[in-house]
Design a protein around this ligand. Structure first.
Ligand SMILES: *[C@@H]1O[C@H](CO)[C@@H](O)[C@H](O)[C@H]1NC(C)=O
Length: 466
């Protein structure tokens, strides 16, 4: 059978919010010269590079949303119905709508019904079938249903049975590779998430134009008055919170707030209360230290700026966003402000590249995956404070490119320690920044893919065509 030079990337989710699968598609097109069909749900706009690439075609499926109106007591039936509809729709796309590929690449999770549809499609179309293990689906389900639920056990059984049938497997950490090998009978290669080329340090011009574009997002939420909104009202058009432009030359304002970014999909496995609590502690402690000087009547400009004002910008969409926004509105802090936003795929790397510190609240449902947002932050030379859990050490080296914390008070301590003397005299932050730059420049997606994924694709494709 002749090689077809085609690959099909399957994502049972919003493609725009699946960066790793987008990068896979780009690499299959660029580094193997494949024609790539992507079968996924719509929602957010994928990266421009994908939309513009002549060999990549995106097939958007319609989501069976109408099931959401069924009452909660029908939950198991709803799940089953949803799985059957998704299964049928996937088969239709994979077996009829797209030309036959040499290889299907599917993201896991979700495992149901994706793995079985792709398995069937790969048999029918005589194609190889590669699973990219981002996590375990059953552990995500266990977050909402509990470990001992029957559905969770069923899900695990299904995930293992069909996961094992793949022609080849990739996964995201050594810890996961070990688990797959020991308990699942799956031999997977590790393909670490690495930042693609558009994650890098932003130039001064890029920062200035980004902050000009973001002005309206920073003013929002309307009606809320905090340290940032007051500042914004006073500004002239050539000025942003962080930068100013005078006679064609741009500079960073010395009294700018420290910009701390975090991104999230607002799911229950990221506890944002930790960040909010830490912000309150930061605010109180800074206030207390300033008050400590009460006798000297006037606080000098110098002392005012020992600790900077903090602006947290939190990007992402998701279910719990409004709940936390409401909490943020009620905090009423004097040295800290919050903004939430959703950025265009092109602006997100610029924001990371313009920030001073990243915060990551990701804890893994399986304890075996790593937060991609931290990978992106390192790509932009941005150090992070990250929640500590089992395999995070594969990415964050405590004290070198970031710090690990386990509680809100630890995070507050780290913020105070790192930001003291900001922006000029914060040596600890600068040292971490260097570490982050080093990590970020040591590996890029294209070379990681070339070394670890390309040989696997070449191998599985040659097996089916022999
Ligand atoms: C989230 O963090 C807060 C603050 O540290 C804590 O009180 C709460 O119990 C945590 N919630 C969960 C679900 O872990």
């Amino acid at each position: 059978m002749a090689r077809r030079g085609r690959a099909c990337v399957v994502v049972l989710g919003d493609l725009g919010r699946s960066p790793r699968m987008q990068y896979h598609a780009l690499s299959l097109a660029r580094q193997m010269s494949f024609q790539v069909d992507i079968v996924a749900y719509g929602g957010s706009v994928p990266h421009e590079a994908l939309l513009k690439h002549p060999s990549i075609k995106i097939h958007t499926m319609v989501q069976p949303k109408f099931l959401q109106i069924l009452p909660r007591i029908f939950y198991p039936i709803t799940l089953l119905l949803k799985a059957i509809i998704q299964f049928t729709m996937l088969l239709w796309y994979l077996c009829v709508k797209i030309p036959a590929p040499d290889v299907f690449l599917v993201q896991n999770p979700p495992s149901v019904p994706t793995l079985v549809s792709v398995k069937w499609a790969s048999s029918l179309r005589r194609a190889a079938f590669v699973v990219d293990w981002h996590n375990f689906g059953y552990t995500l389900l266990a977050l909402s249903l509990g470990r001992n639920n029957l559905l969770v056990s069923l899900y695990r059984w299904f995930e293992k049975r069909y996961g094992k049938m793949a022609t080849g497997s990739l996964c995201v950490t050594k810890a996961m590779q070990h688990e797959l090998d020991q308990n699942w009978g799956v031999r997977a290669r590790v393909l670490y998430d690495q930042p693609p080329e558009f994650f890098r340090v932003a130039s001064l011009e890029e920062k200035h134009s980004l902050f000009c574009r973001l002005k309206k997002d920073l003013c929002h939420p309307v009606g809320v008055h905090d340290i940032i909104s007051g500042e914004l009202e006073k500004q002239n058009p050539h000025e942003t919170l962080f930068t100013a432009k005078i006679d064609d030359s741009i500079f960073l304002k010395p009294n700018r707030p420290a910009l701390v970014v975090s991104s999230t999909s607002w799911t229950p496995d990221e506890n944002f209360s930790i960040l909010l609590e830490a912000a309150v502690m930061y605010d109180r402690r800074v206030a207390a230290r300033l008050k400590g000087n009460d006798d000297s009547v006037e606080i000098s400009e110098e002392q005012q700026h020992i600790y900077p004002k903090l602006l947290f910008v939190i990007t992402g969409k998701g279910a719990e966003k409004e709940k936390y926004e409401e909490k943020m509105r009620r905090l009423n802090l004097k040295h800290v402000a919050f903004r939430t936003m959703w950025l265009a795929a092109e602006d997100y790397p610029l924001l990371l590249g313009s920030a001073d510190l990243g915060v990551c609240l990701h804890t893994s449902s399986s304890g075996l995956d790593l937060p991609m947002k931290v990978v992106d932050m390192f790509g932009c030379g941005l150090p992070v404070c990250s929640v500590s859990y089992s395999c995070i050490h594969e990415l964050v080296k405590d004290g070198k490119n970031g710090l690990l914390f386990s509680s809100s008070s630890e995070l507050a301590d780290q913020l105070l320690m790192l930001l003291k003397g900001f922006p000029e005299r914060c040596d600890a932050l600068m040292a971490l920044k260097e570490g982050a730059m080093e990590t970020g420049s040591s590996g890029r997606w294209a070379s990681e893919w070339e070394d670890n994924a390309k040989p696997l694709f070449a191998e599985v494709v040659s097996q089916i065509t022999d």
